[in-house]
Design a protein around this ligand. Structure first.
Ligand code: C5P
Length: 220
């Protein structure tokens, strides 16, 4: 019997546990995982390489010249820019951490990614996955407002800083969260109908268990 294809939207601030939750979910279900933070990071990196800043008047033209598509490796759907998957280490560099939210606040940048991200459920279904788990800041509110499962993850700032330090990263997470929450376009917010989970108070198995319960209900 074919399972009903479902979309799981996982939103939350920096280091709130989105990637760990999404990756663990893909091991429990046949889902394609898409990390939309990496899309913004990839565009940021590419534009910095082209010496185009977030408020540069050449931004629209530089974005228009870029082609986007997807490489599927295992359960990961990774963005390709002009046919190339960006180096994951470069996406997490200190410079990209510092600049990415400035680019993400630009309507042209969000517009460039909107249609691409909305097309990924079809990409996942065509590739034989039984669902898509997409993580970001505006997935349940803007990209897939009709997602069958919506989750909003949060954790206190000390806990989130500890997580980034354990990954060896320099990342001003509260500054990024502030910029992401206060921008005009698709701000970081808890989407309507989302289950709010504090990942500092639950183990990863408990968090994944709560999401799996929702997915099971959505399928029945
Ligand atoms: O998830 P990650 O921390 O890698 O995201 C990097 C940045 O990309 C965020 O701080 C935010 O500015 C932007 N972003 C966004 N909308 C998304 C995902 C990420 O604006 N859906």
């Amino acid at each position: 019997m074919n399972e009903k294809f479902i979309v799981l939207a996982i939103d939350g601030g920096a280091a709130s546990g989105k990637s760990t939750t999404a990756k663990t979910l893909t091991q429990a279900m046949s889902l394609m995982h898409v990390d939309t933070g990496s899309h913004y990071r990839a565009l940021c990196l590419k534009l910095l390489e082209k010496k185009v800043s977030a408020n540069d008047e050449r931004l629209g033209k530089a974005l228009g010249a870029l082609t986007l598509d997807t490489e599927i490796t295992g359960n990961q759907g990774r963005i390709r820019l002009d046919g190339k998957v960006p180096d994951p280490d470069e996406l997490r560099s200190d410079l990209v951490n510092e600049k990415v939210s400035f680019f993400a606040a630009q309507p042209d940048v969000r517009e460039k990614l909107l249609g691409y991200q909305q097309s990924l459920a079809e990409v996942a279904e065509s590739a034989g996955f039984s669902g898509l788990v997409m993580e970001g800041r505006d997935i349940g509110s803007v990209i897939y407002p009709d997602a069958q499962v919506k989750v909003f993850l949060q954790a206190d700032e000390r806990e989130r800083k500890k997580r980034r330090e354990a990954e060896g990263q320099t990342d001003a997470i509260s500054l990024r969260d502030k910029m992401d929450t206060t921008r005009k376009n698709a701000p970081l917010a808890c989407p309507d109908g989302a289950l709010v989970i504090d990942t500092g108070r639950h183990s990863i198995d408990q968090v994944v268990g709560m999401v799996l319960d929702l997915a099971e209900k959505a399928r029945s």
